[in-house]
Design a protein around this ligand. Sequence first.
Ligand code: FNR
Length: 352
Amino acid sequence: MPADTRWFSLDDIEKAAQNTLTKEHADFFAGAAGDESTLRSNRDAFERIRLRPRVLRDVSSRSTGITLLGRHLDTPVIVSPTAFHRLAHPDGEIATARAVAAANTVMIVSMAATTRIEAIGEETERWLQLYLQPDGDFTTALVQRAEKAGYGALVVTVDSPVLGRRERDHRNGFHDLPAGLRCENMVDDAGTLRSIAMDASVTWESVDRLRAVTGLPVLLKGVLHPDDARRAVDHGVAGIVVSNHGGRQLDGTVATIDALPAIAEAVPDGFPLILDGGVRRGIDVVRALALGASAVGIGRPVLWGLAAGGQDGVSQVLDLLRTEVDEALALCGVSRPDHLDPDVIWTGPPTH
Ligand code: FNR
């Protein structure tokens, strides 16, 4: 499907996506746990943060590029792991990966992908997200597949000892993928499809054990407390994703942008910190980078792009955000993402 040129914002793409999805699938993508208060606060917290631009600085030569885990990216926006891309569009993860490659950024492939990890474009910088499974041998086998397929890092999601209760899914009776779709990477050597277990017994030692079986950098996703960030550094992790799972796990958590400053304070300078949750505008990216993030991730907008327009839809999401970041940097009087600092954030009394 050709990209729709009437899309001027991620919000437009979200609306277009709603028209292509059944209610139960749209709710699965959009929904969150409990009262969905964390889902709302991720957005509200961004909007509360006001910017304090500088003027009369030559910003005629600009870049939106960053370096993350030693790799140059053209945009500070990466793709957070989300399940079931083929539920959004038949081309699924393959379409997402092509759009990510065109944008020269990173795709974190979900353990709940509906495509085999080997089939997801080699041209893309991709990292594999994992929930550590009670069967350590299964996790290790998947890690070895990722290594062989050229994945650049592992991202262990640590905010899910149990699955958050997403009431929309319960009300809609959405429990299973439709016929023909499955979590392709959960098929074991014997050809048996396993379900993804949320293992409540996972600890820091589990992270150490994973590090011992792989040469890939290991990041932790779902950290909100600065003491956990410090511990992650002590355990040799390569980066942290400051995330509340888009509000889908513990409802009532702090918004990620509010959690970020203390975490940035807790880790060494330059330690890779990715923030996700509610990033919908270039100014949100600027806010996050100014408060200490190295990059941001987007979850739902990628699914909206996929549903609304397949690969082109995801490209539009990434391109729109990159353009908005470029404009926001210029309007803040800053020529590169790594020149942003907290000085651009208003710290006086609320202005509204
Ligand atoms: C997710 N997220 C997620 N996280 C993860 O570690 N593994 C996963 O399989 C999934 N799956 C998933 C499915 C859907 C439908 C959503 C919306 C989210 C969480 C995701 O990585 C990310 O943290 C949030 O989506 C970020 O918030 P925004 O950008 O959606 O507001």
